[in-house]
Every structure is written in C-alpha cells, then in structure tokens.
Design a protein around this ligand. Structure first.
Ligand SMILES: O=c1ccn([C@@H]2O[C@H](COP(=O)(O)OP(=O)(O)O)[C@@H](O)[C@H]2O)c(=O)[nH]1
Length: 492
C-alpha cells in the first residue's frame, strides 16, 4: 500500500515537473520566435527630389524603413516645400540667381532629415517643360541656370546625384509609375491606372496599351519590368500644351487681327486688362509673329461664354491629318484609351477649384458654363484670398481641360467617369518625382521579391499551436507510460 502511494506520488511529481518544464519551453519558444521576427527598430532612410517646373519649384522629401529598401508601397512623402518665386527657367535674365532661390527649402530639408542620414541621402533635381522651352530658345542660358542650381545643391550636405532636364517621355512614364506604386497596383500585378498630368508648359498622357504601340510609334512606347510583371506603356508629352502655354496659344489666335481690344469668351464678363503683345508672342510655343501694328499692347476683355471658349480652345489643336491608325491631336499617335485614369497636378487644382472633380461630363459642362458667365467683380468678391492672376484664368483653364480631355484625348461621356482627379495618394503627391527616385535608386526590383509564406502574426500563432500540440502529445505519452511502470513495480 505504501509502495503504491510512493509510486503515485512519484508519478504526480514527474507530471508536475514535466508540465512546468513544458510550459517554460513553450513560453521560451514563442518569446524567441516573437523577438527573432520582430521588425527592427523603425529606422528611416531618406531621398530628396526637386521638381523644377515651369511655374515653380517644389522640394519633395521621401522616407522609407531602412531595412525595407526593396519592398513595395513603403516609400512615402514626408514633407514638401514650395520654393518662393517663379520656376528656374524664369531666371534666364540672371541665371546665377536660380540656385539661390532654392536655399531656404534646402535648409528646411537639412533640419528635417536626421544628421546621421545626411551623407547617404540621395538628392536629385529634374527640370521639366519650362527648361525644355528655355533650352530650345537658348541652350547657353539653360546651361547657366542648371549650373547655378547645381552649385547650390552640391554644397548641401546630401549625396547630390545631378540636375538635368528630364524628357517629356520620362515625365509621363514616371508619373505613371508613381500613381501605380502608391496605389499598390504594381506588386499585386493587378490592373493599372493611366496617368494624366497637366503642368504649366506641358501635359502628359500615359497608360498601359497593347504591344503594337512600339510597332506603330516607337517614340511613344516605354516598357517596364516591375516585380516580375512586364508593362507596355503608351506615353506622350505635349510640349506647349500645359495650361499657361495653352493660354498664350489661345491669345495668339485671338489677337492675330491686331485689333486694339480682344473680346475673349474664356474670361469673365467685366474683366479687362491691358496685355503686352510681347507676353504672348515671346513664347517659343507661339509660332505666329506679332501682328503688324505699332501698338505694344491690347486690351483683353472678358465675354464669359464657356461654349464659345471651347471653340476658341479647339483651334489651338491640329486635328487635320494623322499618318497613324489613330491620333489624339497634332498628328500624334494614340491607341484606344484603357482606363481607369488618375488626373493630377493642374488637372486637380483647376477641377477642384471649379468643383468639377465628380459628376458627368454634361454636368461639368453646365457648371462651367454658369461659372464663366458670372461677372468678374462677383468672382473676386467671393474669393478674396485667391491671387487675381489665378482667379482670372480658371474659366479658361476649365474649358481647356474639358477640351483637351474630350477633343484631344477622345474621352467621351461614357469614359469620363474613368477619370479620377487626384492630388495625393496615401499622403504622397501624385507626380513624376517619386517614380523618378524609385527608378534611380533601383527601389523597384524587376523580379518579385521573395515573400515569407506566412505573415508574422500567423507564423507566431502556428508556432504556438504546434508547441501546444507537442506538449499535449508528450503529456499523453507520460500519462500512459507511468501507470504501466508503476504496476510493474507493484508486481516485483
Ligand atoms: O496651387 C496651384 C499650383 C500650381 N498651379 C498651376 O499648375 C501648373 C503647374 O505647372 P508646373 O510648374 O508644374 O509646370 P510644368 O513644368 O510641369 O509644365 C501651373 O500652371 C500652375 O499655375 C495651380 O493652378 N495651383
């Protein structure tokens, strides 16, 4: 009897010891797994891109977790700084001052990026259509402007990677990369979004099309291999068709007769401003010469009629001949549109101001008609905080956007709703800069990165349950083994 009790006690002790050891082992196992797989302390890396546009320069700072250079959807814009004054191309009279204009935004970047990261932070400047036009007019002046900005950027503590005029094709293609990267469509390999970008001096259209784009018009074809997927992109940049240059083209059309005043349907009734011919005809986009009159200026008078404005705007496009199977305008090839599309930059600024970012094409036309017909004094009263120059041009810009998208790119009432007007995606501005940096830093791999079969939480849970199961099996083993050994002891 006492021998049996002793045996039982020993068995209970063994079970308790095994239970304690088992639980300790499980806790140790799960703790190790959690600690081992916990993401490292969130240390960030940074990149800076300067977008030297025709109307202004903006400095964008991007950041991403240091240990995830190759992952997707992780790089995000952490800050942007608008450089005071006009775009760098406007410094052609005093090229040396172009660089100085960037200094305050660069100081801001220095204070925002941790000191320990300065040396390794890549810094790029890309100039767009304003500088393309200046280079066309005077290569030496455009070089001097670039040297001036180069000097300032080189003296910054960051890793300066160069300042250059990017091509229209790059501007279009990297805008497409940005939009699709930020909406996480590249890694998923799902359908992509086309990109519509409107600047002051150029406009870009980019979307995935069939491979035969390259056969029909090689200059409009761009191919990318991203995360293991091939993309065949149609892209075109129309120099001189940004909204500021388009206005000059429209004004040149209307002032050809040389009359002392021009009644312009694209400006509000009651609007009247004296403009110099030089401000219109000095642009390299305006091919026609100044009308042969002795006057230096004309009076620009508003008539406020959006339908008539659309007719004026249509005349700045050339629809006359197309040597391809199909064209948008100015004899440029364009394959059938494949939506959806994200429209950003000035597309967004203008449509947002006019409250036209949603609704049908017809309702947008009606709203614009009403807006343009309103007296200029009333418009000014209603928007005292908007700069007059911008305010005066929204009727023209809205009409231009509707005409560019429908007459130019062939969007219809049915496909209008494929367009989403966007400013930012997940906190980062839509534009070419992010795509440009991702490309130059090789942050989008051609092949899909290896991903663990399970997410971290799933992995830990699985580990826990397998340990629990093992322990339970071990417990069962002892449960059956011990009584057997006890009975053997009793027999002896
Ligand atoms: O808050 C803003 C900022 C910009 N713009 C306009 O958007 C265009 C931006 O052009 P950018 O300088 O980027 O020109 P790009 O060099 O790309 O042609 C210009 O017409 C600006 O006047 C605007 O309407 N509202």
């Amino acid at each position: 009897m006492s021998c049996q009790t002793k045996g039982k006690n020993a068995w209970y002790k063994a079970v308790i010891i095994i239970t304690v050891l088992g639980i300790t082992a499980i806790v140790a196992l799960v703790t190790t797994a959690v600690l081992q797989n916990k993401p490292l302390l969130q240390k960030y890396k940074y990149g800076i891109v300067l977008d030297a546009g025709s109307s202004h320069t903006a400095v964008y700072i991007y950041e991403w977790p240091a240990e995830k250079d190759n992952d997707t959807g992780r790089v995000q814009q952490t800050h942007s700084c608008k450089v005071q004054g006009a775009g760098i191309s406007s410094y052609s009279v005093f090229p040396g001052q172009a660089g100085a204009s960037l200094k305050s935004c660069m100081k801001e970047a220095e204070s925002l990026i941790p000191l320990s990261r300065h040396l390794e932070t890549p810094l790029y400047l890309g100039a767009t259509a304003g500088m393309r036009l200046l280079r066309m007019e005077n290569q030496s002046l455009s070089d001097q402007v670039l040297w001036s900005v180069e000097e300032v950027l080189q003296s910054s503590p960051f890793s300066y990677q160069g300042a250059r005029i990017i091509t229209g094709q790059e501007e279009g293609a990297f805008g497409w990369v940005t939009v699709n990267y930020l909406s996480d469509r590249l890694k998923q390999g799902s359908g992509t979004t086309g990109a519509l970008d409107l600047g002051g001096a150029s406009t870009q259209i980019s979307f995935v099309a069939n491979q035969d784009v390259a056969e029909e018009s090689a200059e409009n074809a761009v191919t990318f291999r991203l995360y293991g997927n091939d993309y065949f992109l149609y892209t075109h940049s129309f120099l001189c068709y940004g909204k500021d240059q388009a206005l000059k083209l429209a004004l040149a059309q209307q002032t050809q007769s040389g009359d002392s005043s021009v009644l312009d349907p694209c400006f509000h009734p009651g609007y009247s401003v004296d403009r110099s011919y030089f401000s219109v005809y000095s642009s390299p986009c305006v091919m026609a010469g100044k009308p042969l009159v002795s006057r230096d200026s004309f009076t620009h008078v508003g008539a406020g009629n959006a339908s008539l404005c659309q007719e004026v705007v249509r005349r700045i496009f050339n629809f006359s001949s197309c040597s391809f199977s199909r064209c948008s305008f100015n004899r440029v090839y364009q394959p059938p549109l494949q939506g959806p599309f994200g429209a950003f930059s000035a597309f967004y600024f203008v449509m947002n101001f006019l409250n036209l970012t949603s609704g049908s094409l017809e309702s947008s036309r009606e709203k614009l008609e009403r807006y343009c017909s309103r007296p200029w004094t009333q418009i000014k009263q209603q928007h005292p905080d908007v700069k007059e120059k911008y305010l005066a041009e929204y009727c023209f810009s809205g009409s231009y956007i509707l005409s560019l998208l429908t007459d130019g790119y062939n969007f219809t009432s049915d496909t209008w709703t494929d367009i989403t007007f966007i400013k930012k995606i997940s906190g980062s501005d839509a534009g070419w800069t992010l795509g440009y940096m991702l490309n130059l830093t090789n942050m989008i791999p051609a092949e899909a990165p290896d991903t663990p079969p399970l997410p971290h939480a799933g992995y830990v849970t699985l580990l826990f349950f397998i340990s629990l199961l093992l322990f339970f099996l071990l417990f069962l083993c002892f449960r059956f083994l011990w009584p057997h050994r006890n009975s053997q002891t009793q027999m002896i």
